[in-house]
Each structure stands twice: as structure tokens, then as C-alpha cells.
Design a protein around this ligand. Structure first.
Ligand code: GLN
Length: 480
């Protein structure tokens, strides 16, 4: 088995049989990832010392006969919006090009405690704003499946390293689709858990009420294992949930007989495309597994894009106010006054998309417009959540496409932000409702481009989501 095909289980097995040590694997994985990176630009930087150190700890535990943890020796990549102490954390922004994080995110601490070996930090849209990773200040990521295409975004780097085989699993962040959409574009598994399931401590804030950390992997089981490691209550994030973390592996028993699945009609209207055909095949495969499929309606769906882009820009405009040239960031060289310094630093440092969102967000929060836009959007958000709650009275899971189209060409949508925003039309509702949702591979188009199927379940029903996804994967996906 080559390094690019490793799974969590095969790493644990290799260590147990002493086919390699964690240090040997880390060194080899780093070499492989560094050599492959110019193809895709998926990693922004590597942290070899930290990786070797983490691997050494695993080897020492093994030598002492201790349990090295559920991620022992597993090469992991982390999106560069998640803080790693002593390691550069740029958020894909010129402003933070030299920022060294002073502490670790809780998710990072947990994954290293479980034996995970962080190889490096992955490229992303600036402050996680985008759908193609083209908004990174450090150049776009190329989709490893088709190098002239985008990997999706904003966690494009984290999806690409897993697809390319330069990490076994990775962490991304999702605010409106940034895990599921790139997972779909790159043909890997990506999961966004219930809001609050994973601590946001150390995740750079974009839109705090929507931000989630979640896993990417080449199979459902690995995604579930990584989520289980990082999930759970954290005192450092008051919005992290107290709910105990179940053993997800136990849920994945392949038995989905009688599971009730809803297909929201609003998501399938006008989806006469190859992506739509593949999702239809996927749904047929679910029926063969014994699922009961029926049409449902989520009537507030039409307002989701508008609602999301009001709430996320409002929160972003507030969160990004901290990058002022005084703390965290580089500072514009020469400014006559303090106000000029702020203006120049922010003017030179932020890319176009961040500026667009800061302006939009400031506008929707301003006196006189707050009620008309922000407050209204919050009400619509409640309606969207209510739609899901009503649907889950009738069904156990909801299945939809992840994106209306597969990976598009680099540059294709760059000049048209509204077109870009529409790539998230099917993912932002789940984010607004805060429910678990994931993308599982559902075949490829005639051109060989991957398409993902989205599965959504009730709050904290990650076990049900993973069970369905794993059964689908086990049966051969859309071809099952
Ligand atoms: N593409 C969406 C946006 O640009 C979602 C981003 C995300 O989930 N971080 O806001």
C-alpha cells in the first residue's frame, strides 16, 4: 500500500506489526507531501519539527506498551485558520503572513493527544471566505483530480491534501459549506458536525454563530474517527456542547433498512444536470439498501442565500475589526496619523472579498438598516431551522446534492461574486440550522469530476448520518 492510500486503520496496523515506526512514517509522509505540493499548492507550510516530535511521542508510548491513541502516527493536515502554537497561521491572508500562533486550538490539542501527526497547514480562502480557494493571498489550490479546476472552498487545501494522498485526514472549517463543497469537488468525505459539537477555541472567527470545525477523509470511518477525537465539551468555548460524544464506529453497522429519507423538492428543481443524475443514482442505491425515500418540502430554502450573506457578512465585519495593525497583523509602513495607519493597514492587507464583506456587513448592521436586514435575516434563519425541525418529525435524514455543479475551472467565477455565492446554495441551509451534514462521494461525471451527495440529520445525530453514509459507501456508492 502506497503512502497516498493509507487509512487510519492501515497506519495503526502498520505500527502494531512494526512495519514502520511513527517517526519513519512521519518522515516519509513529509517527504511525499513536500514533493507533491507544487502540483496543487494545497499546503501553505509544513511543520516538520512538530511532526517528528509528535511521532516520537507515539513511538515512545508504543515502546512502553501504552495505548498510543486512536490516531497514533496518522499524518494529518490542518486548515490554516486553526491555530497551531509556534507555527505560522495565516488564514490565507497577507495580513497574517508572518503570524505565529501563541497557543493551540482545542481541536489541535485533542488530535495530537490522540497520537495524530500534524504535517502542515493547508491553504484556504482568506479568512475562510470563498468557494474556490482562489481568495487565498498565497495563490489558489489546484484540484488534484483535475489540475485546471478549483478544489472548492474555503477549505480547498484540506480537501485537496486528502484527495492527493498527501495527508490521511485533515481538519477544515465550515461556515456555509466550506467542508462539504470542497469534499464534493475533490471526491473525498467531508463532515460538518452539529454547531457546538467541536470547540471553536483557536479557530479564527469568520461568522461565529456559523463556524464549525470538521473532518476530511478518504472514507466515512476515518472522518468519524477524527470527529470523535476532536469533539466534546471544552471550557474554553462557551458554545461547545455538553452532550457526551458517542462511539461513532458502533453506529456504522451497515444496517439502514427502514431509514426514512426526505428529498426536499426545492433542492431538486432545475437540477437537470450530470450532478443531478448522479444524485438520482445515489438515491436509487439508498432505496436498494432498504431506505424509505419520500419527497418533503423546506419552504424557506429560497431565502437561504440572502439570509446567509447578511448574517455572515455582519458577523465578519465585526470579527475582522481586530485586524488593525496594532495587534496580530503586519502594519502599513508609513502613516501620518493613527486613523491613516488603520486605513492603510486594512486597505493594503485585506483582499477584495474580505473588503466586500466588511462593507456589506457594516451596512446591514448600521443604524436604520439593522432592522430591515440583519434582524430580518435572523428571523428567516429561525424559519429555516424550523423547516428542518418539522421535516425531522417525518424523516430520519435528508438527502440533497452538495453543489449544483462539479468543480469549475480556475478563474471561471472569479469576476462574478454572485455566481460564486450560488455554489453554496445547497449547503448554507444546514449551516444556518446548525445540524450535522456531510458530503459523501457519489460518482464522477463523464469528464471524471467527482460529485458529492449531502446527508443531513437531526442535531447531534452524527451517528445516524455516519451510519447512512458508511452503508452507502460500503454498497459501492451511486453504483451500488
Ligand atoms: N463559500 C461560503 C462563503 O464564502 C462558505 C464559506 C465557509 O463555509 N467558510 O461564505
Amino acid at each position: 500500500m502506497g503512502i497516498s492510500d493509507l487509512t487510519i486503520d492501515s497506519v495503526l496496523e502498520g505500527l502494531r506489526r512494526r512495519q514502520f515506526s511513527a517517526r519513519e512514517l512521519a518522515a516519509e509522509a513529509l517527504r511525499f507531501a513536500e514533493a507533491g505540493n507544487p502540483r496543487t499548492n494545497a499546503y501553505l507550510h509544513f511543520c516538520p519539527e512538530r511532526a517528528i516530535e509528535a511521532a516520537r511521542t507515539v513511538d515512545e508510548k508504543l515502546a512502553r506498551g501504552e495505548d498510543p491513541g486512536p490516531l497514533a502516527g496518522v499524518p494529518v493536515a490542518v486548515k490554516d485558520v486553526i491555530l497551531t502554537q509556534g507555527v505560522r497561521t495565516t488564514c490565507g491572508s497577507k495580513l497574517l503572513a508572518n503570524y505565529i500562533a501563541p497557543y493551540d486550538a482545542t481541536a489541535v490539542i485533542r488530535l495530537e493527544r490522540a497520537g495524530g501527526v500534524i504535517l502542515g497547514k493547508t491553504n484556504c480562502d482568506e479568512f475562510a471566505m470563498g468557494s474556490s480557494t482562489e481568495n487565498s493571498a498565497f495563490g489558489p489550490v489546484r484540484n488534484p483530480v483535475a489540475l485546471d479546476r478549483v478544489p472548492g472552498g474555503s477549505s480547498g487545501g484540506s480537501a485537496a491534501v486528502v484527495a492527493q494522498g498527501t495527508a490521511v485526514v485533515s481538519l477544515g472549517s465550515d461556515t456555509g459549506g466550506s467542508i462539504r463543497q470542497p469534499a464534493s469537488f475533490c471526491g473525498v468525505v467531508g463532515a460538518t458536525p452539529t454547531y457546538g459539537r467541536v470547540s471553536r477555541y483557536g479557530l479564527t472567527a469568520f461568522a461565529s454563530s456559523l463556524d464549525h470545525i470538521g473532518p476530511f477523509a478518504r472514507n466515512v470511518r476515518d472522518a468519524a474517527t477524527l470527529l470523535e477525537v476532536v469533539a466534546g465539551r471544552d471550557e474554553m468555548d462557551s458554545t461547545s456542547a455538553f452532550a457526551p460524544v458517542p462511539r461513532y464506529a458502533e453506529a456504522m453497522n451497515g444496517d439502514v433498512q427502514g431509514v426514512k429519507i426526505g428529498l426536499p423538492k426545492e433542492y431538486f428543481q432545475g437540477l437537470e444536470s450530470e450532478s443531478g443524475d448522479l444524485i438520482s443514482k445515489g438515491i436509487e442505491a439508498l432505496k436498494k439498501l432498504g431506505c424509505q425515500v419520500r419527497e418533503i418540502s423546506l419552504p424557506a430554502t429560497d431565502y437561504a442565500v440572502a439570509c446567509y450573506y447578511i448574517i455572515c457578512t455582519a458577523e465578519a465585519s465585526s470579527n475582522l475589526a481586530r485586524y488593525d495593525g496594532v495587534r496580530y497583523t503586519s502594519r502599513s509602513a508609513e502613516s501620518a496619523t493613527l486613523a491613516d495607519m488603520y486605513r492603510n493597514t486594512r486597505g493594503e492587507g485585506f483582499g477584495a472579498e474580505c473588503k466586500r464583506r466588511i462593507m456589506l456587513g457594516t451596512y446591514v448592521l448600521s443604524a436604520g438598516y439593522y432592522d430591515a436586514y440583519y434582524l430580518k435575516a435572523q428571523k428567516v434563519r429561525a424559519l429555516i431551522a424550523r423547516d428542518f425541525a418539522a421535516a425531522f418529525q417525518e424523516v430520519d435524514a435528508i438527502v440533497t446534492p452538495v453543489s449544483p455543479f462539479p468543480a469549475f475551472r480556475l478563474g471561471e467565477k472569479l469576476d462574478d461574486p454572485l455566481q460564486m455565492y450560488l455554489s453554496d446554495i445547497y449547503t448554507i441551509t444546514g449551516s444556518l440550522a446548525g445540524i450535522p451534514c456531510m458530503s459523501v462521494p457519489c460518482g464522477t461525471t463523464a469528464e471524471g469530476l467527482p460529485v458529492g451527495m449531502q446527508i443531513l440529520t437531526r442535531h447531534f445525530d452524527e451517528p445516524g448520518m455516519f451510519r447512512l453514509a458508511e452503508a452507502f459507501e460500503r454498497a459501492g456508492g451511486a453504483d451500488g
